[in-house]
Design a protein around this ligand. Structure first.
Ligand SMILES: *Cc1c(COP(=O)(O)O)cnc(C)c1O
Length: 369
């Protein structure tokens, strides 16, 4: 049995008729950029998250960039986040000339360690960007307590966490602005690039709506330096169809994760993800931890021999990337991040996986554990 890491085709086949119809409508209407399919999706996604505004853009990276512009982040400002994330989180900080200030992650949730956060706040700190990594909410209760005390705005990077919750409240509700990605492999994915910002702040929403479209309130009048970060009509149409299935797809991911958890929890040399109380983890990725990089390498090979694909998220932390050499961080600066980079393995997890496929992955791992 061959088990791919992700199977976008299997999902497409289930919604083919509906999605083809929606795409055909956009083609017939020629509303290729923004237009009704995008505003329709924005309305539905805002309602789904439970916020006032959603602004569709052309990627999650663009959403993060606009969020920082909308908060008036300037060159030399400091922004606190974690080095254990997809590099986009940090790109946005660089795009506005700000300086990323890293805080290590927790060894078991892989999200920002809130006990280390306060010590990194300075008078230059102008935002905090928690990442809901792998689909698990960061500890927003603690983060908001600290952020409110110092009056620092929070931007949630929710690119991997569509539908994740804390105490029944969806991520995207905690920060001043929250950013989502609709890259095809995300829990809610477009058929191309896509992203969105959500916020309850009317002024920020209005400004981001303009910024994404050349800051053009009226044709050929430009308020400030703008961007072409608009969402395509076709992506809006696809996302509008797929949003209806997000909860059921997330439920299936959670089911698969509990099968993995149950199977691996008794093996002392394997570590399963820890989920905080009152949190709903939506398992964009399922991370299995090994004792060492070598043990992980052996497992990757054994799985590969049986046709099972895995992934690494992320093998080189941001503070050790060549692009961020100038920040002068060293190996050893963020031990939990570095350990996660060296020992976590992403197992296949997607709604279309059958129980038989999940059991096959489990069987091969246990045979080699
Ligand atoms: C995917 C992702 C992004 C960027 O989204 P794109 O749509 O690919 O630009 C940002 N942050 C995190 C944590 C992501 O996983």
């Amino acid at each position: 049995m061959s088990i791919p890491f992700l199977d976008l085709k299997a999902q497409y086949m289930q919604i083919k008729v509906e999605v083809t119809d929606a795409i055909q409508n956009v083609l017939d209407s020629t509303a290729y950029v923004l237009g009704p399919s995008v505003s329709n999706f924005e309305e539905k996604f805002a309602e789904y998250i439970g916020v006032k505004h959603c602004i569709g853009v052309n990627s999650g990276t663009s959403a993060l960039h606009l969020a920082l512009i909308a908060l008036d982040i300037k060159a030399g400002d400091e922004i606190i986040t974690t080095p254990h994330t997809f590099v986009s989180t940090i790109w946005a900080i660089s795009y506005v000339g700000a300086i990323p200030v890293f805080v290590d992650i927790n060894a078991d949730t892989y999200n920002i360690n809130t006990n280390l956060l306060e010590a990194k706040i300075s008078n230059k700190t102008k935002a905090i960007i928690p990442v809901h990594l792998y689909g698990q909410p960061a500890n927003m209760t603690e983060i908001m307590k600290i952020a409110n005390e110092y009056n620092i705005p929070v931007v949630e990077d929710a690119a991997q966490a569509h539908g994740a919750e804390i105490n029944g409240l969806k991520v995207g509700n905690f920060g001043k602005i929250s950013c989502f990605s609709f890259y095809p492999g995300k829990n809610l994915g477009a058929y191309g690039e896509g992203g969105a910002l959500v916020t309850n702040d009317d002024a920020i929403a209005e400004r981001c709506r303009l910024l994404r479209n050349h800051s053009q309130p009226e044709k050929y009048f430009h308020n400030e330096v703008g961007y072409n970060y608009r969402m395509d009509g076709l992506q809006g149409a696809v996302l509008g169809v797929k949003l209806k299935y997000l909860d059921s797809w997330n439920s299936r991911r959670i089911e698969i994760a509990s099968m993995y958890n149950e199977a691996f929890s008794n093996y002392v040399n394997l570590s399963i993800p820890k989920v905080l109380d009152n949190s709903k983890h939506v398992y964009h990725l399922y991370e299995l931890g090994f004792e060492s990089n070598e043990k992980r390498e052996v497992m990757i090979m054994k799985l590969n021999e049986k046709g099972i694909q895995t992934g690494l998220h992320y093998p080189i932390p941001v503070h050790l990337q060549k692009a961020y050499k100038h920040l002068n961080y060293n190996e050893g600066d963020f031990p939990n991040t570095e350990k996660a980079a060296n020992t976590l393995l992403s197992l296949p997890i997607y709604a279309e996986m059958t129980n038989q496929m999940v059991e096959e992955v489990i069987k091969i791992i246990i045979e080699n554990a």
